[in-house]
Design a protein around this ligand. Structure first.
Ligand SMILES: CSC[C@H]1O[C@H](OP(=O)(O)O)[C@H](O)[C@@H]1O
Ligand SMILES: Nc1ncnc2[nH]cnc12
Length: 296
């Protein structure tokens, strides 16, 4: 049985994690550039564990400058099998209130200025992201989150905007009233797509911090208030993460939803037409299939 390694990507307000045994910050090199920061590795509850602050310690990266490919590739290189993304979101629903956790299961990608794939000319692949999050990993996150006492909503569509400015009122109304989205953030995409390309199970735990700008009884989004809500929820976030190893266990059966086999039939480029330089960069992400001579 394969070994589980949990990777938590911490969002705004979450720059470190405690409680890891043998914790050390490791510099992980990636052909896709430098990750957002060093990655803390260790063991939690007997399970291999990695933590990466998405914006870097000290909040260096904007949502646009986050090196999403390097981050996912670096986690894959470390052996991460399951990524839990923790992020702050605005809510489009009265009943998804600040302080609540939402287990996102769908995304609408409105980002425009990010590299959204590991593949390209010389190695073309098309994976399905019809269901971009992993139900097995999300089940564990749900159980872990509910045990902390926080209000948890299973399911929600996350509108990923480019930012860094928050939405206009017209945009907020469009995403909510016309498109039926549930929450809004700036980082869920392309992270989720890249995790699928890298064959890593991905769950998105969104912490509601505000009502964006649509709500008549709430003011405009204020980043200070967002951080205050996140700080108020930090203990619950930590408690949720601490329960994950016990729920996932150290040994890992193949994903019943196929996340860990997403590339089985995805690569179209004929082996003799592949770009060796790109194939070399894909060693961690796609080595499982590329080095078996998969493709058509
Ligand atoms: C701090 S407010 C806006 C900022 O917070 C969220 O970041 P993350 O998803 O990493 O928690 C949001 O997406 C924006 O990047
Ligand atoms: N209203 C909002 N819009 C985009 N990203 C956010 N992150 C937290 N609140 C947000």
């Amino acid at each position: 049985m394969a070994e589980t390694m949990i990777g938590v990507i911490g969002g705004s307000g979450i720059y470190e994690i405690d409680g890891l045994e043998d914790a050390k910050w490791r510099e992980v090199r990636s052909p896709w550039g430098d990750p957002s920061d060093k990655i803390m590795t260790g063991r939690l509850g007997g399970v291999r564990f990695a933590f990466l602050p998405r914006h870097g310690r000290g909040h260096v990266h904007t949502p646009t400058s986050v090196p999403y490919r390097a981050n996912v590739d670096a986690l894959k290189r470390l052996g991460v099998t399951d990524i839990v993304s923790v992020s702050a979101v605005g809510s489009f629903r009265e009943d998804y209130a600040p302080g609540d956790f939402v287990l996102v299961d769908q995304f609408v990608d409105r980002t425009v200025a990010r590299e959204g794939t590991f593949f390209g000319r010389g190695c073309v692949a098309h994976v399905s992201v019809a269901h971009p999050t992993c139900p097995r990993l999300t089940d564990a996150c749900e159980e872990a989150a509910r045990a902390t006492g926080v209000t948890v909503h299973r399911g929600g569509t996350y509108l990923a905007m480019e930012g860094p400015q928050f939405s206009t009122l017209a945009e907020s109304r469009l995403y909510r009233d016309v498109w039926g989205c549930d929450v809004i953030g700036m980082t869920g995409m392309p992270e989720a797509k890249l995790a699928r390309e890298a064959e890593i199970c991905y769950a998105s735990v969104a912490m509601v911090t505000d009502y964006d700008s649509w709500h008549p009884n709430h003011g405009e989004v204020d980043v200070t208030e967002i951080i205050a809500v996140l700080s108020g929820n930090a203990d619950r976030g930590r408690a949720m993460v601490a329960r994950l190893p016990g729920l996932l266990g150290p040994g890992r059966a193949p994903c019943p939803h196929g996340c860990d086999r997403a590339l089985d039939h995805a690569i179209l480029t004929a082996p003799e037409r592949r770009d060796p330089a790109l194939v070399a960069k894909l060693d961690a992400v796609a080595g499982r299939v590329l080095h078996k001579g998969a493709g058509t």
